[in-house]
Design a binder for this molecule. Sequence first.
Ligand SMILES: O=C(O)COP(=O)(O)O
Ligand SMILES: [Mg+2]
Length: 223
Amino acid sequence: MTAPLVLDIDGTLTRADGEPGIDPRVFEPLREWPEPVVIATGKAFPFPVALSQFVGLPERVIAENGGIVYAEGEASVVGDRAAAETAVASLRDRGYDLGWGQPDLVNRWRETEIAANLDVPEQPLREVAAEHGLEVVDTGYAYHIKDPEIAKGDGLDAVAELLGLDPSAFVAVGDSENDVSTFGVAGESYAVANADDAALAAADHVTEGVHAAGTLEVLDLLR
Ligand SMILES: O=C(O)COP(=O)(O)O
Ligand SMILES: [Mg+2]
């Protein structure tokens, strides 16, 4: 039976062959999906909006790990970037930067948290985050310096309410620790086979395929 979907981007809609980018095989089934499709990502707000528009989906997005939620024409911004900025200032004092170079397209449009490259040493990053009451979430694509009270799962509650749906009606697919809260809110959850230990442990099911191949499996199962 089809169900509303909540889908992560990186590691989940990405190409199964290890090449960069979204797997184009997901475009058509998502565009034709008979129920709402919510994109829930750690990326800054413009990225899931653009993905939705290019695929031809109504924009229903959870961005910045729950920091920004948009659906049915309504946006809400939870939290602000200022605390993460002060943590990053401490990081710079210790001689490190965010590792993206300039211009920094990862953080340029980010409103509620800041992301660091995985090349940045983890220990000083975690120390400066903790000094400012923040956490570091490792998505396998970036370290996110964020408010521990903000999570994709709360974003799903908010989007479901805007859609007039029970959050437990959703089927979730994801690949990393930033998807664990989504798995807790959705009624059914799938980790793709490439998922990290936290996502594998939290999911109800694990797909055979990696990345988008795993997500396509879930779509086939539900149809
Ligand atoms: O932005 C990241 O680090 C990962 O993004 P994702 O939540 O879509 O996997
Ligand atoms: Mg991911």
